[in-house]
Design a protein around this ligand. Structure first.
Ligand code: PLP
Length: 399
């Protein structure tokens, strides 16, 4: 199953203008026409091979979007300037004033904040639920609900959303299931499991170089076409457009994603097992001790593993802060937010990526101030890196 996506991507060939091995970068904001009728028609519908203005469509961004549609097994896709650009555009395309979203409560802090603080200004309210409790999801849905929203592997507690079951619930109510798959590209293919729409922050594993921001929305041809509509498309009218030079870079980096994901997962499994043996409280879906290990096993494209994200509980914030600094000093990796980089990155979610979530709500989710989130890197010698990590853990008195 997983091989299909990687193979489809491998066979996806786009040549440059002069037979280049990479497609040519679109260095134009606008495009010329040879007939007035064609321009008029393009304002009404897309015409293959015809481009109007780069906020609407441009060839390089289309190439990247087609590649990601293959990766996510979707009919179509649209790339955006950031993950938040993708998430906000997709939601605003679906929801109007008076509508509701039922969302997992453990999601990236920025997504939480847009739902909790920003969308209510436009009459769109969100009910946050424990996504692992399907009865709660069902109870939260009303006639106003348009979307069930979750992350396949959630940020930062690494909870697993049961996409197959959530799709059944969405179908019972004729609503859409939107899944953020940023933590697990290739490892999980949400559309194959039933998701209607998949979003990604390309900033993370997919680009993997930590050098730019990007986002994507994957879905049906009809939905992606509606996002781009010159009349009422959120992507076209809000304008979170990816620069085509960046799109070119991301497409090249996408070519090595299969190798990188295997290495991230393999290294993360090594570190997770080592930390568990040390007696550290750890969340990693690849460990048997993860309470949803069996669920993720049934959703996984096994050859790519359980992805590179690990969260540990360092007991209290003071110890966590000492450990973050110590690990950076000892060259375990960088004390930085974000993920999917070649280097191991670590941060304290409570005071960074999840700080938008009020403390009381963090507590009900099971988030403690001693949490440290790791994005395990591509280290060639993970044994050496783990040894360093172990020394740091001992030095701060965690074990
Ligand atoms: N989704 C997840 C799971 C994230 O972790 C992030 C950012 O950290 C985003 C979305 C937002 O992406 P971006 O920073 O590219 O806007």
């Amino acid at each position: 199953m997983s091989k299909d996506q990687a193979n489809n991507l491998q066979d996806f060939q786009i040549f440059g203008e002069f037979g280049g091995v990479n497609p040519s970068i679109t260095d134009s904001a606008t495009f010329t026409f040879l007939a007035a009728e064609t321009m008029e028609a393009l304002f009404d519908h897309e015409i293959k091979g015809c481009y109007l203005y780069s906020r609407h469509l441009n060839p390089m961004n289309d190439d990247l979007a087609r590649a990601i549609a293959l990766l996510e097994n979707s009919e179509s896709a649209q790339v955006m300037s950031s993950g938040m650009g993708a998430i906000s555009s997709a939601i605003l395309q679906i929801c109007s004033s008076g509508n509701e979203i039922v969302s997992s409560r453990t999601i990236y802090g920025g997504t939480y904040a847009i739902m909790k603080n920003f969308l209510p200004r436009f009459g769109i309210d969100t009910k946050f639920v424990n996504i692992t409790n399907l009865d709660r999801v069902r109870q939260a849905i009303t006639k106003k609900t348009k979307i069930i929203y979750c992350e396949s592997i959630s940020n930062p507690l690494l909870e697993i959303a049961d996409i197959r079951e959530l799709r059944k619930i969405a179908d019972e109510h004729g609503i859409l299931l939107m899944v953020d798959n940023t933590f697990s590209p290739l490892c999980v293919t949400p559309i194959r499991l039933g998701a209607h729409i998949v979003v990604h922050s390309l900033t993370k594993f997919i680009n993997g170089m930590g050098d730019c921001l990007g986002g994507v929305v994957c879905g049906s041809k009809e939905f992606i076409t509606s996002l781009k509509s010159v009349h009422d498309g959120a992507a076209m009218l809000l304008g979170p457009v990816m620069d085509s030079i960046r799109a070119s870079g991301i497409l090249k980096n996408l070519r090595t994603l299969h190798i990188r994901m295997k290495q991230h997962s393999c290294n993360a499994m090594y570190v997770a097992q080592g930390l568990e043996e040390l007696g550290i409280k750890i969340f990693y879906p690849g460990l048997r001790s993860h309470r949803q290990h069996e669920l993720i096993k049934g959703m996984l494209n096994t050859e790519f593993g359980y992805s590179g994200m690990i969260t540990i509980d360092a007991k209290d914030q003071k110890t966590a802060n000492k450990l973050l600094i110590k690990m950076q000093e000892e060259k375990v990796g960088f004390f930085a937010v974000s993920l999917g980089f070649y280097k191991t990155l670590f941060c304290s979610p409570v005071s960074s990526t999840s700080s938008e979530i009020p403390i009381e709500e963090q507590k009900t989710m099971g988030m403690t101030d001693g949490l440290i989130r790791f994005s395990i890197g591509l280290d060639n010698d993970i044994e050496r890196s783990f040894q360093r990590m172990k020394n740091c853990i001992k030095a701060v008195g965690l074990v």
